[in-house]
Design a protein around this ligand. Structure first.
Ligand SMILES: [Zn+2]
Length: 221
C-alpha cells in the first residue's frame, strides 16, 4: 500500500512529490520481489499546507475510513502482511489508527514504513550537506533523480522557521512554512537522490524478503 499526498512543496517541486517518490520505490521493489503493489493513494492529510496553491487535503476521519477499508480488504483476501510505504508525514497519525483498527483480530501485521526518515539513513548522512526538511535538499535531490522534468530550480527558495512547540493555526500556515518550504534545496543534485533511492530500495527488498519468510522486522537486544 503506497500513501502519498497532493501538497505544495516549495515553488520548485511538484505537488505530487510525496506520491511520486514512494510509488517509484514500490515499483522498483515489486520488480525484484514477489510483493504485490496496490494502486497509490494520491491524497493525504495536508492540513498544514491547505492554504497553499494546489494542495488538496483529505479530512482525517475520511482518510481513516479509507485506509482502514483498504487494509481490511487486503487481509480479507488472506494476506498476512501489509507494508505501507508512506510518503507523507501528515498521514502518520491516521495510518497508525487505521492499522490498529485493521489488525485488531487475527494473525496479521501492518508495517508502516515512513520511508524518508526510516530508510537510507547512511546514504543520507553521506550525501546530504543540509538538514532534512520539506522540499529541502533531500526531497529535491530525490525528485531530480526520479522525475527531473518536474523540478524547476529557478523557483527554489530557502526558508527555515523553527519553533519549540507544536503550533496549530489555520491562519498562520504561511508564517510557519513560508512558500510551503522548510530547508535549503540549493545543494540538491540528482546523484544525491540516486544514492538515497538505491539504498532505500535495497532496504525495502530486505524487509520484503524477511516478511516472505514469516518474520517481522524486529531485533531483540
Ligand atoms: Zn514531501
Amino acid at each position: 500500500m503506497v500513501t502519498g499526498a497532493l501538497e505544495a512543496h516549495g515553488m520548485h517541486l511538484p505537488l505530487s512529490t510525496d506520491t511520486i517518490l514512494p510509488t517509484y520505490l514500490a515499483e522498483k521493489v515489486a520488480m525484484r520481489t514477489k510483493a504485490l503493489v496496490l494502486p497509490t493513494i494520491p491524497f493525504g492529510d495536508s492540513w498544514s499546507f491547505n492554504n497553499f496553491e494546489g494542495t488538496i487535503s483529505i479530512a482525517p476521519n475520511a482518510l481513516m475510513d479509507f485506509y482502514t477499508s483498504v487494509m481490511k480488504g487486503v487481509f480479507k483476501h488472506g494476506f498476512r502482511y501489509l507494508v505501507v510505504l508512506n510518503g507523507h508525514g501528515g498521514n502518520i497519525p491516521v495510518l497508525t489508527l487505521a492499522a490498529k483498527a485493521a489488525t485488531d483480530n487475527g494473525q496479521r501485521a501492518v508495517i508502516i514504513v515512513n520511508w524518508w526518515k526510516e530508510l537510507a539513513e547512511s546514504a543520507r548522512k553521506l550525501a546530504e550537506e543540509t538538514p532534512m526538511g520539506h522540499a529541502a535538499e533531500d526531497e529535491t535531490s530525490e525528485v531530480m533523480h526520479v522525475r527531473p522534468d518536474l523540478v524547476n530550480m529557478a523557483k527554489a527558495e530557502v526558508h527555515r522557521v523553527v519553533t519549540r512547540f507544536t503550533i496549530i493555526s489555520g491562519t498562520s500556515r504561511e508564517e510557519l512554512l513560508p512558500s510551503a518550504m522548510y530547508g535549503d534545496p540549493r545543494k540538491a543534485t540528482p546523484e544525491k537522490g540516486r544514492l538515497i533511492m538505491e539504498q532505500a530500495e535495497e532496504e525495502l527488498i530486505s524487509l520484503v524478503n524477511q516478511l516472505e519468510k514469516g518474520e517481522l522486522p524486529i531485533t531483540k537486544r
